[in-house]
Structures are given as structure tokens and as C-alpha cells.
Design a protein around this ligand. Sequence first.
Ligand code: FAD
Length: 387
Amino acid sequence: MEYFLTEEQLEIKRLARRIAENHVIPQRAELDKNAEFPHAIMKEIAEAGLPAIYIPEEYDGIGAGLLELCLATEELSRACGGVGVTYAASSLGSFPIIIGGSHEQKARFLPPIASGEHYAAFCLTEAGAGSDAGNISTNARKVGNEYVINGTKQWITNGCEAHTYTVFAKTDKARGARGISAFVVEKGTPGLSFGKKEDKLGIRCSATYEVVFEDCVVPAENLLGREGAGFSIAMRTFDKSRPGIGAQSIGIAQGAYEAALNYAYTRQQFGQSILNFQAVSFMLADMAIQIEAARALTYQVARMVDAGIKNYGKESAMCKVFPSDVAMRVTTDAIQIMGGYGYMKDYPAEKYFRDAKITQIYEGTNQIQRQIIASSLIREMASGQRG
Ligand SMILES: Cc1cc2nc3c(=O)[nH]c(=O)nc-3n(C[C@H](O)[C@H](O)[C@H](O)COP(=O)(O)OP(=O)(O)OC[C@H]3O[C@@H](n4cnc5c(N)ncnc54)[C@H](O)[C@@H]3O)c2cc1C
């Protein structure tokens, strides 16, 4: 479909696709097998300038928007969901600084992320607080002009590999979610360490770690915004980052669809290409329809955000739910079309299938997204803003 992308947007797509084809596809199976962080690929991504896309120009970024970030994420994920999320998680870790940080904090933390020298990570989830993120128990106690952070974050993407951690901790337990504050903690800060590296079903080359804070002391100037603003910063971050999960999902689905289409074209059974069987070609037609619908939704929401629309929580949730459900269906069907070969590690379909599952879970499960959308519909009904 024609999305009327600008020359700059097409160039970003071309750059990301070139890295995906030349560097990611040849290495993805090995990285997946060894659960190995894609250091060399991230270096290529940095040299191409892709980490700078969403960072404002005054902090050494390109100052482009969410659509551009989605285009790069989609192309990388078309080759490997693990590389796609490794790239995108740095934006998730940076958005709290962009949303809640002062000029001084942005000037200090964003330029090395824009250059790709530093990765960022977003630290909210804990063992006892996943969907119920307002219920975290990590705390930050103010002592003089410093905060002392204690607690353990779980399943942090880019954990250990990142330099810049945006961390959510309670500064006032009595106030619940309104007592959560956001901080930047840099790697090397005494009291910050990394626990278990997770062994995962999919996106295996991405690093997922426990991040541990034991009397970790950060200067008060690392507080983002004011005390108590952390939960709002986290939610606004998710509103901005969820189209990126849409893009990751579309990329994974597209890769699986292309693998299945190529296979169906060449696979001969009963003396002919299996693509001649309507049962197979209609599955591919349905896959193509769903991917295009997911892409159109995601690009349109990204454009809405880039145009400066203020409230887009509902739409952002939609373009996380729909594309991730599409990715799961399409990758399942890709294996079906490829039969037994699709089930084998010699072909990429099984990896796309494993990589797709996480898109329905992280940055808020799809049940939670449906809850966000439903609450929004109810609010709109109550306030008379229907349709
Ligand atoms: C590979 C990976 C990477 C991740 N990366 C990060 C990261 O970088 N930073 C970070 O902070 N977190 C990260 N996460 C955490 C992720 O965001 C959480 O896993 C997710 O929000 C869900 O939390 P949970 O797993 O504890 O599930 P739970 O909240 O325990 O949910 C379990 C089930 O119950 C359902 N459920 C829960 N509450 C409700 C409800 N109110 N209504 C209906 N259904 C409900 C859920 O939808 C789900 O199906 C990552 C997770 C994984 C697996």
C-alpha cells in the first residue's frame, strides 16, 4: 500500500533494511541459538545513525518522529524480533527523560544515546508488580541532596548492556501510584548490579536481566520531574512507545509471511506448487490483509502523535493489541503453510513464531490494553463524545 512516505522516511527504511539483510539475517539463527546480545549489529545501527531518530536535534538527535522510529523498528524486526526490540528498548528507556527531564538532564543523558554509545533501559516491572505497576515496592529515600534506592526490577530489556537506566521507585509509600518517582541511574553507580540473565522462548538475542538496587545512591538532580510524577511519566512513556510494539509486530509478521509465500511458491506436492491450492493461497491472502491493516493503523497513530495530538492513549493501545494479535496469527499460519519444514529450525518460521508471542505480553498485556480501550470508550460515552 502507498503510505506517502517522505524521502527522509524512505531513506530510514532503506538504511534499516540494508542492515537487516546484510547483517541481521546472516547472524540471526546463531544469535538466537546462543542467546547472544547483537553487539556487532548494534554497532552497524549506530553507524547508520538510527539511534538518533527520535532524539531532539538540540541533544544531538535527528529530531524525527515516532513514524520514523516505527519504520526502523519494523525493518529490523522483519529480520529478527530480538534485534528489533534491542533497538526499540533504548527509546523506551529514553522517553521518560524526553517526557519528564529538564534541559540539563536531557543535555547530559541523551547525546550518548543518540550516538549509539549508550543504550537505555526502562525499569518498572518487579516480581510482584507486572500489570499492577502502581504496586511496585522498590523505594527511594531522600537523604540530604541524594536518594537511596533499594529494590529489584525484573525482566529488564537491555539490562546489563545499557548504561542509562530510567528507574521507577516509591518516594512516598502512603500515596500508592502517586508516590512513585522516576530517576536516572547510570551503570557503574555503587549499589546498582545485575542479577539473573533470563533464558527465553523468543527474542533470545535481546538481553533480559534482573536489575538490583542495594543502597544505590543517586544525586537529587537525577530525579525526573518532581517527586510523585513517576507513574504519570511511565504511562505517558507507554502511550508513546506502544506504536513501536505495533511496528515490531508488523515486522515479525511480514518476515514470516514472506518466508511462507516464498516457500509455498516453490514447494511442489501432487505435481504442482502448493500455492495453487486455494486452502493455502487464501491463508496467504488473509495474512497479507491483516498485516496491511495493522501497518495502516500503526502508521496512522504514529502520524497522529507526531502531529501533536494530546490524548492518544486509546489509539496507542489499539496499535499494540491489533498488530501483536496479527503477528501471532500470521506466524502460526506461516508454520502451517510450511508444514513440517516450518516446524524445523532450518527455516525461519519457527523463530518468527517464538518472537511474536512476547508482543502480546510486554509493555502491558493485550488484556490490559483492551481494558485501557474499554475504559476510554466508557469515558467517551459518559462525556457525550461518541464516534
Ligand atoms: C521478555 C520480556 C521483556 C520485558 N521487558 C521489560 C522492560 O524492559 N521493562 C519493564 O519494566 N518490564 C519489562 N517486562 C515486563 C512486562 O511488561 C510484564 O511482563 C507485563 O507487563 C505483564 O506483567 P506480568 O508478566 O507480571 O503478568 P501479570 O500482571 O501477572 O499478568 C498475568 C496474566 O493476568 C492478566 N491480568 C493481570 N491483571 C489483569 C486485569 N486487571 N484484568 C485482566 N487481566 C489481567 C494478564 O493479562 C496476564 O494474562 C518484560 C517482560 C518480558 C517477558
